[in-house]
Design a protein around this ligand. Structure first.
Ligand SMILES: [Fe+2]
Length: 186
């Protein structure tokens, strides 16, 4: 997969409901691209997971910061954080490394137990859900966007361009072509 698939996830509010088990789509509260950082704050109902798997639904605000295209930090309402690092290997493969930081469990044990372990397993399951899409998606394929997704995606794509070489200007090729044409005529 291409590393862009991972970073684009951070502005894709629709996929949370269909891929990540959230009861509703999220809605973006803030988009803040500054230099190499892109911060997104969004609200979204979130199911809290207990040891038995079920859980109450709460209104949650999630803070996500992309640091360039290789590092994402997500901070969740329940105190958990996810650090996600993606390193390109070639055009179609990347190495993905994830670190989950959870509040220390009440017993003080270093071994995750109970709700803490359930939360960790839930996070692992969400990454596996994303992977099904990422590993089947073709780079360059254009996703169909619903109306409310267009502005955040445009903002994100504009920010992302700073990390890629600029495509050759359309005019420069035309100028070169017409110059060589006139050179042939002379
Ligand atoms: Fe996702």
């Amino acid at each position: 997969m291409h590393i862009d698939f991972v970073t684009e996830n951070t502005v894709d509010m629709s996929h949370f409901k269909f891929v990540h088990e959230t009861p509703e789509m999220g809605s973006i509260l803030e988009l803040d691209p500054v230099d190499h950082r892109f911060h997104v704050r969004f609200s979204m109902p979130m199911k809290l997971y207990g040891p038995d798997g079920g859980g109450e639904v709460v209104d949650a605000v999630t803070e996500v910061t992309n640091w360039g295209l290789g590092l994402i930090l997500a901070r969740f309402t329940d105190g958990a954080s996810l650090i996600q690092a993606q390193t390109p290997i070639d055009d179609t493969r990347c190495e993905l490394m994830l670190t989950m930081v959870l509040p220390r469990n009440v017993s003080g044990s270093d071994t995750p137990t109970g709700e803490q372990l359930a939360r960790f397993k839930m996070a692992c399951r969400q990454v596996e859900n994303d992977m099904v899409i990422w590993t089947h998606r073709r780079a360059g394929a254009q996703a169909h966007l619903v109306a409310e997704e267009i502005a955040p995606f445009k903002t994100f794509m504009k920010w992302k361009r700073q990390f890629y070489p600029a495509p050759p200007a359309v005019g420069s090729q035309t100028q070169r072509a017409s110059r060589s044409e006139s050179e042939v005529k002379s």
